[in-house]
Design a protein around this ligand. Structure first.
Ligand SMILES: Nc1nc2c(c(=O)[nH]1)N[C@H]1C(S)=C(S)[C@@H](COP(=O)(O)OP(=O)(O)OC[C@H]3O[C@@H](n4cnc5c(=O)[nH]c(N)nc54)[C@H](O)[C@@H]3O)O[C@H]1N2
Ligand SMILES: Nc1nc2c(c(=O)[nH]1)N[C@H]1C(S)=C(S)[C@@H](COP(=O)(O)OP(=O)(O)OC[C@H]3O[C@@H](n4cnc5c(=O)[nH]c(N)nc54)[C@H](O)[C@@H]3O)O[C@H]1N2
Ligand code: SF4
Ligand SMILES: [Mo]
Length: 907
């Protein structure tokens, strides 16, 4: 029996609804939920391939305890695991006090999971040391909203995109990071040719490609830009004086500051033409409704809170808030970062948008929970939390649903903290993240498709998530693990109220308690229930008791949740980045996302085709900066600064200004022999939000001297085989100063291993490599070697198909070979081509043109489907081409009409 279950995509904060189909307890397919308001049936490449991540590959299937660091973890029963954990925590708390333990959790948990973690720390143990990866993500957005508007609430909704007259995208690349929102922007442009799109980003991104105006400002100079725009607006009489007078305070002070931000001065600070600043200001103020969309380019900064405030102030100055099509709309990164904020899951927050610093709020939460008090001392925010592990101030940490050994900046320090901790618990779905190596106890959590609860997306919309299949192995729901642990710990600590604090028999009971805590708060959801969410679909908050619908937009009446009801201008000034380019480190390093990968790739990294765009971390650099260092496209380089060094391949970036470089954040030790971008990034934090400056550091780049390249492509029978080969490839990392491993593939999955050395690779090493990938045999093998040039290549066939290729000394054929093998093209008769020293394939093997980059569909596939009678609808249904961004539709239509002439034999 197969049935569809309603859930959400577990990736970004757009919060798309999905329908999961499962058969016999196994997820077989996923499609966009046509009824979900966030996506109306659409999904991006990551969402559409979710079912491919739902297998059991690499899953953590039972609890495991490490006898000693460095030794393999061994399976234990749940009872023993939780007894052990509660005993260790109890002992540390008894000896060193509650602040000697900490929880580091995630915006990818369900609201209910988050709620019980928060209650465990603040309500049972009595420590505020519960922080999350939202500290790396949304905490400047939270602080920015609270400083200016009085509450952590995005006032806008997705419908505003359709109604805006001007959209300002600042420090966000939604084409890549929020693709379904971007589709909506593209649709809005088609519907309204007058719509103006302004993109503020130091790089010319995929999102900037559709902009009417791109402002490639210097990294970190957003405040200067926004102050400059306000200067122009004031000077040209474009502000809304009535709105300012009736609904805001602090304008005069900010106006005095921006008097100095003339377009000429701002042009200097931002490195863009003064006329563009004037144009942006005029468009924003006069072509409204004005909507701004922003994300990590503003948040991940040592002055991230003020970046947010400076932008929000433009909306206040022009009255562009609280009405259709207008407002400062912070895009949420993770799928449920909002839910985490709602339950107060940060070291300085309390349930239902309450503040830890506020005694009244603390008393309210204590009363709700029926305990004498919640602790007043603020907990440690992420960066400090890991520093406290290194210093020994915090001795035990419980990590859930995040991978700090990759995602926190200054990895050397973070890993030192993890290594120094007395006890590290990791609650994960996958067994092999970089953090797992540091865990003393690993606890298996249910993952996407297995979980249940609620999540809140960027537009404050709560969706009920249902499980489609039972848990994998012995995995348990995150909330269940916490509740079980809490009860055991409470008993060990003789906590009188433990059973009353954690009475839950179902996830719904947790939701109902959270709901009650929101009564009378800005996010009041007392009118919601699981039943209502299931029957009437996802709802926006607030949704108080008696309401029949949630509120689409906030602040329509111009009243703000501040003490006097007025929004605030908070006097913001330009500030430089925490680190500035100098002679030693003259280049800026920016980091962020790629379309098809999610963070540390624990899930997207098991879907071969999600590597087809890029299967290696590429450092984008301006051609002049490359020439200056005698670098050519494709060279391996040392990328380094005072904190660390990694070796990566350099690519001439088309969208970069000189002096700026760009590296994806996705690679860590699992896919390369280095910690990735965060080996280099610094941990300077914003004073209000404690969010680190993950968007910028300074570096130098130099030739690596690794002149001897190696590449292995290995065809695999299926995904399990591929993951096994990938593990084997990883076992070779330590042999090389440069090494990466990835999947790749369409019909047949491949593993691609690359490495390089400074001296020719000895024959023994090549033998080890061949043995690792099962390429030792002589039958079906051909070899080519040129000892003088240190070239040694081998191709091995099995059952008439190319099984694998090892290229050493020269790897020019890698790219076309990889594609041909991925399509299952290379039969044994073509073996000799595999060893050809050519970057272009032989004519008979011209690789297929990929027509639809989103669904990864080639012209060949389309041509043969059309020959088989497929029309456009059938192509979209079976191959999924043209169903994502739609950019390939003209090509598909061309193939549909031209096909008979081109392939007369097929007609
Ligand atoms: N494919 C994919 N999508 C994702 C994710 C993923 O891992 N993969 N992760 C999700 C999460 S958790 C998040 S937080 C979001 C992040 O979503 P975004 O913030 O949109 O994505 P990023 O690539 O991190 O950074 C956005 C842009 O900020 C620019 N930038 C850097 N410095 C500055 C600056 O000083 N000023 C300005 N104005 N811009 C600057 C960068 O050049 C980059 O293009 O994406 C979400 N969506
Ligand atoms: N240099 C640089 N660093 C960055 C950023 C950047 O732009 N540049 N961006 C930052 C941002 S915005 C973010 S949000 C962070 C993200 O950083 P992380 O949170 O470290 O990223 P993920 O890889 O998503 O980690 C989530 C982990 O949870 C596991 N998991 C998935 N579902 C579940 C579940 O239901 N339960 C449990 N228990 N585990 C689960 C996954 O397998 C995965 O390993 O990275 C930050 N780091
Ligand atoms: S836009 Fe975000 S939520 Fe929607 S399918 Fe893509 S990754 Fe998932
Ligand atoms: Mo994020």
């Amino acid at each position: 029996m197969s049935q569809e279950v309603k859930s959400t995509c577990c990736y970004c904060g757009v919060g798309c609804g999905v329908l999961i189909r499962a058969e016999g307890g196994v997820i077989t397919s996923v499609r966009g939920d046509p009824e979900h308001p966030a996506n109306l049936g659409r999904l991006c490449t990551k969402g559409a391939s979710l079912h491919l991540t739902a297998g059991t590959a690499n899953r953590l299937v039972h609890p495991a305890l490490r006898p000693a660091r460095g030794e393999p973890a061994q399976g234990v029963a749940w009872d023993d695991a939780l007894e052990h954990a509660s005993e260790r925590f109890a002992q540390i708390i008894r000896t060193h006090g509650p602040d000697a333990v900490a929880f580091y959790i995630s915006g990818q948990l369900m609201t209910e999971d988050y709620y019980v973690f928060n209650k465990l720390a603040k309500g049972l143990i009595g420590t505020n040391n519960v922080d999350t990866n939202s500290r790396l993500c949304m905490s400047s957005a939270v602080a920015g909203y609270k400083q200016t508007l009085g509450a952590d609430a995005p006032p806008s909704c997705y419908d505003d995109i359709d109604q805006a007259g001007v959209i300002l995208i600042a420090g966000a690349n939604p084409a890549i990071a929020h693709p379904i929102v971007f589709r909506r922007i593209e649709d809005a442009r088609v519907a309204n040719p007058d719509l103006k799109v302004i993109v503020v980003d130091p790089r010319r991104t995929e999102s900037a490609a559709i902009a009417d105006l791109h402002l490639p400002i210097k990294p970190g100079s957003d405040i200067a830009l926004f102050n400059g725009m306000l200067h122009v607006m004031i000077g040209e009489g474009l502000i809304d004086e009535t709105y300012i007078a009736e609904h805001t305070e602090g304008f005069a002070e900010q106006a005095a500051i921006v008097a100095e931000y003339t377009p000429m001065r701002v042009a200097e600070l931002c490195g863009i033409p003064a006329s563009d600043i004037v144009r942006a200001a005029r468009w924003f103020a006069t072509r409204g409704p004005a909507l701004s969309l922003y994300c990590q380019g503003l948040n991940q900064s040592a002055h991230g809170t003020h970046n947010n405030a400076a932008l929000i102030q433009l909306h206040l100055a022009c009255g562009q808030i609280g009405k259709a099509g207008a407002g400062p709309f912070s895009l949420t990164g993770q799928p449920n970062a909002m839910g985490g904020r709602e339950v107060g899951g940060l070291a300085n927050l309390l349930s239902a948008h309450r503040d830890l610093a506020n005694p009244q709020h603390r008393a309210e939460v204590a009363a709700l929970w029926g305990i004498p008090e919640v602790p007043a001392k603020p907990g440690k925010a992420a960066v400090d939390l890991f520093k406290a592990l290194a210093s020994g101030e915090i001795k035990a940490v419980w990590i859930a649903c995040t991978n700090p050994a990759q995602s926190l900046p200054h990895q050397a320090a973070v890993r030192a903290g993890l290594a120094n901790a007395e006890f590290v618990v990791l609650q994960e779905c996958f067994a092999d993240t970089d953090t797992a190596a540091y865990a003393d106890l690993l606890l298996p959590a249910t993952g996407w498709g297995e979980k249940h609860g609620t999540v809140t997306n960027s537009e404050r919309r709560i969706t009920r998530v249902q499980a489609a299949v039972p848990p994998t192995g012995e995995a348990r729901h995150d909330w269940q693990i916490v509740v079980d642990f809490a009860r055991r710990l409470g008993r060990k600590l003789d906590h009188a109220a433990v059973d009353r604090l954690f009475p839950y028999a179902s996830v719904e009971e947790i939701f109902n308690e959270h709901r009650a805590s929101t009564a009378g708060r800005d996010l009041d959801i007392t009118g919601l229930s699981y039943a209502l969410l299931e029957q009437q679909g996802p709802q926006q908050w607030p949704f108080p008791q008696g309401a029949t619908a949630g509120r689409a937009r906030l602040y329509a009446d111009g009243r703000f949740p501040t003490a006097n009801g007025r929004a605030r201008f908070v006097s913001v000034q330009h500030q430089a980045t925490a680190e500035q380019a100098d002679k030693t480190y003259p280049l800026s390093l920016l980091s962020g996302r790629m379309r098809d990968q999610w963070h540390g790739m624990s899930r997207t990294g098991i879907v071969p085709r999600l590597f087809n765009l890029e299967d290696e971390p590429l450092l984008q650099m301006h051609p002049c900066d490359m020439r200056h260092r005698q670098l050519e496209d494709g060279d391996l380089v040392r990328l380094f600064n005072r904190r660390g060094e990694i070796v990566v391949r350099v690519a001439a970036g088309s969208g970069l200004v000189r002096g700026r470089t760009w590296l994806p954040m996705h690679w860590g030790n699992r896919f390369m022999n280095g910690a990735g971008a965060n080996a280099l990034l610094g941990d300077a934090v914003d004073p209000w939000s404690q969010q680190p400056e993950l968007k910028h550091t300074t570096v130098e780049v130099a030739k690596s001297g690794l002149e001897y390249p190696l590449a292995v492509i290995r065809r695999c029978t299926d995904l399990d085989d591929a993951l096994r080969q990938l593990e084997l490839a990883r076992s070779l990392f330590d042999e090389f100063p440069y090494a990466t491993a990835s999947l790749y593939g369409r019909a047949s999955p491949l593993v691609v291993f690359r490495a390089a050395t400074a001296a020719p690779m000895p024959a023994a090493l090549l033998q080890t490599i061949d043995a690792t990938f099962g390429l030792t045999g002589d039958t079906g093998a051909i070899v080519f070697s040129d000892a003088r040039r240190h070239i040694a290549k081998k191709a091995v066939a099995l059952d008439g198909q190319l099984l694998g290729v090892r290229l050493a000394g020269e790897t020019q054929a890698l790219n076309w070979l990889r594609q041909a093998m991925a399509e299952g093209e290379l039969d044994a008769s073509l073996l000799r081509f595999a060893l050809a020293p050519t970057a272009a394939p032989p004519a008979s093997l011209a690789p297929r043109q990929i027509v639809c980059k989103c669904a990864d569909v080639s012209d060949d596939q389309i041509i043969s489907a059309v020959a088989g009678g497929a029309d456009l609808a059938a192509l979209q249904d079976t191959l999924k081409c043209g169903t994502f961004c739609g950019g390939c539709m003209p090509d598909i239509k061309r193939l549909l009409t031209r096909q008979p002439q081109q392939h007369p034999e097929a007609a």
